[in-house]
Design a protein around this ligand. Structure first.
Ligand code: TRP
Length: 73
């Protein structure tokens, strides 16, 4: 599990939320990390984390390319 790919999230505004969702029958939020402008989070999918939700403006770097999330404003 420690060898799965990493994704990199680079916040492009203050208050970007990286929300981890649980793996298994129930899909629930289990962790929220708040990033300010320019901050970077490097994260993996794990046995506990099956999905991530990004709220706010950020660059998300994955093996599938770079995705830009938009601000909700
Ligand atoms: N305890 C969490 C886990 O092992 C930590 C974590 C990993 C996490 N990847 C994440 C939290 C992505 C939020 C988003 O799964």
């Amino acid at each position: 599990m420690s060898q799965t790919e990493y994704i990199v999230i680079r916040a492009q505004e203050d208050g970007v939320n990286v929300i981890g969702l649980t793996r298994g029958n129930n899909t629930k939020f289990h962790h929220t990390e708040k990033l300010d402008d320019g901050e970077v989070m490097i994260a993996q999918f794990t046995e506990h984390t099956s999905a991530m939700k990004i709220r706010g403006k950020a660059e998300i770097h994955t093996a599938h390319g770079v995705i830009e999330s938009e601000s909700k404003k």
